[in-house]
Design a protein around this ligand. Structure first.
Ligand SMILES: Cc1ncc(COP(=O)(O)O)c(C=O)c1O
Length: 397
């Protein structure tokens, strides 16, 4: 059957692909350790599951309003006020099937042919694809490893052209774990306002910051920048709810309305019972989030120390999220057996086959000098996985 020409430009999600490959190997009996998955290994907290069960029992199983139920929009407003100090009303909020879906909707209503969208690199794998699906062009803007992968206005300014329509920023960042502080964000906010750019602020990992880092929402930095910003967030990472598929956006009414119309023709509402579970997550006790964050913080120490003890690779200390992003340039250009390792993808293949450890090649995130290690897994798995990586790296010539 003929496929539409646009499908030629689609690329599969590298992170999902590596996880699927690791799962397949496991099903075949290979003992693979998965550092690829971008999801908490914790179970969804009981009180959240109980809310979904209650919704089921009550027969809350029909279509809801396409843009989400009012109770959940109110819960999102409450959360944004409580955690971020920003006031939004119901009409500023839309609920979608995860932040990935939310971001796609945002791109579709905000960007068009001829637009350029600034993307601090390394970036999450789906941003460039979604920008391109909307007909616009992603413009990667390098951030420096020595600078903790923080986006700097000077670099953003240098990449700006009359076609620049917006900027996607993600803090804490997947894959680097970089967290922008208030001062960094104030500079970016002033730049966006001066250049009249739309800011998409992906705050998916907001709940997971360490070392006293505060995850500030750029929308909280004044009315001018708030009017130019769409905040995107998710229940997936903070509440271990990846499979429930609930994410949301808060922004100017006209943007949210356009997203609602688009969503009403594409997916209709996110799952009814998952929405009720999300209300419980956002309005219920938050100690589950703190407990998971404490566990991630401990694992972060373990992974950074272990990786930095290995030959030929080094890792900056991530301030948030649950990823380490070690620099592997010391491994590239070497050989494993007879096989040359020219790229981060070659190295990831080698580690999967020889060390039985799944990592994601950095090239998928816009840096071929790195690989991503997810530490959303037990400490024992982290230590064993890094040990295996070390063994495999010592065999490089
Ligand atoms: C930076 C970032 N944004 C958005 C998402 C999407 O999350 P979800 O669709 O599960 O809400 C992810 C998931 O990995 C992510 O890493």
């Amino acid at each position: 059957m003929r496929l539409a020409a646009r499908t030629a430009a689609f690329t599969p999600s590298a992170t999902l692909a590596i996880t699927a490959r690791a799962r397949r190997m496991r099903a075949e009996g290979v003992d693979v350790l998965d550092f690829g998955a971008g999801e908490p290994d914790f179970d969804t907290p009981e009180h959240i599951k109980a809310a979904a069960v209650q919704a089921l029992r009550e027969g809350f199983t029909k279509y809801t309003a396409a843009a989400g139920i009012d109770d959940l929009k109110d819960a999102v407003c409450l959360k944004l006020k409580r955690d971020n100090g920003v006031e939004y009303r119901r009409e500023n909020v839309i609920v979608s099937c995860g932040a990935k879906h939310t971001l796609y909707n945002v791109c579709m209503v905000l960007f068009q042919e001829g637009d350029e969208v600034l993307l601090p690199a390394p970036y999450w794998v789906s941003y460039p694809e979604q920008i391109r699906m909307a007909g616009a062009v992603p413009i990667p803007v390098e951030t420096g490893e020595a600078d903790g992968f923080r986006s700097r206005v000077q670099a953003l300014e240098a990449a700006c052209t009359p076609r620049t329509a917006g900027l996607i920023r993600n803090s804490p960042c997947n894959p680097t774990g970089a967290v922008l502080d208030r001062k960094d964000l104030e500079a970016i906010a002033a730049f966006a306002v001066a250049r009249r750019l739309t800011v998409i602020s992906d705050e998916t990992y907001e709940a997971l910051t360490y070392d006293g880092h505060e995850a500030v929402s750029i929308a909280a930095l004044g009315e001018e920048v708030r009017h130019r910003t769409v905040v995107v967030n998710s229940l997936s990472k903070a509440y271990a709810m990846t499979g429930w598929r609930i994410g949301y956006a808060a922004g100017p009414v006209e943007v949210v309305q356009a997203m609602g119309i688009f969503q009403s023709q594409v997916t209709s509402n996110p799952t009814s019972i998952a929405q009720r579970a999300a209300v419980a997550a956002l309005t219920g006790p938050q100690d589950c989030v703190r407990a998971m964050r404490a566990a991630f913080a401990e694992r972060r120490e373990a992974v950074v120390a272990a990786v930095n003890g290995l030959p030929r690779i080094s890792c900056v200390r991530p301030g948030g999220a649950f990823y380490a992003f070690p620099n592997v340039s010391g491994c590239l250009g070497r050989r494993a057996g007879g096989r040359p390792l020219g790229t981060s993808a070659d190295l990831a293949d080698y580690l999967l086959e020889e060390a039985r450890v799944a990592v994601v090649p950095g090239m998928e995130f816009g840096s071929d000098r790195h690989v991503r290690i997810s530490y959303a897994t037990s400490k024992a798995t982290i230590l064993e996985g890094v040990r295996r990586i070390g063994e495999a790296l010592r065999r490089l010539r």
